[in-house]
Design a protein around this ligand. Sequence first.
Ligand SMILES: [Mg+2]
Length: 220
Amino acid sequence: MYKAIFIDIDDTLLDYVPCCREAFDAALGRESDELFQLFFDISGRLFSEAKRGLHTIAEVMELYPAEFCEKAGLGSEAVEPFKHAFRAAWGTTHTLVPGTIETLEALRAKGYRLFAASNSFGHLQRSRLQHAGILAYFEDTYISMDIGYDKPDVRFYEEALRRCGLQPNEVLMVGDSMTTDIQGAKAAGLDTCFFDRRGEGTAKEDILTITSLPELLKYV
Ligand SMILES: [Mg+2]
């Protein structure tokens, strides 16, 4: 039925929290549960605000290191070194969500064209997929900073479709965010599959929902 599958990266293929913790510890130069929680809360709030259109992802990437360094009392001179150290470390973080490799392997075996679709820096996301050993499964990667628009903007999906030469009804979008992945892709005319990773049960009855990646193989 579908010719291709677009797949979100964070909290769909790669486990966001351990990746974030690893990069945070590297950037801070030590382990601190308290400071990590502060960082996680700040970045989480800003990314949520971005989903509501209050910031671009590019803006969030600048805002959260600055707000964290200020609230952690590290001083303004710490912002740039922290930001660069975090990004450098982030580019190698690659903790896989369980079932990722077997699912990608099976989807390729079924003949689907696979594309990663993520809000972030292109070079960092490709580096992470490479470190995780899964970059080669993807024909191309559609990452917001390269595409020029952030999910859930329909223009992200329109540009991705233009690049792979497919119609909306030929592609299934899979992701863990009801906003960026599901609502955005639906608005662009794609069918969607909500990955309810944490069993939050936020799915609507009319949205195809899976609770593990291999479950996707039952539907495609
Ligand atoms: Mg995600």
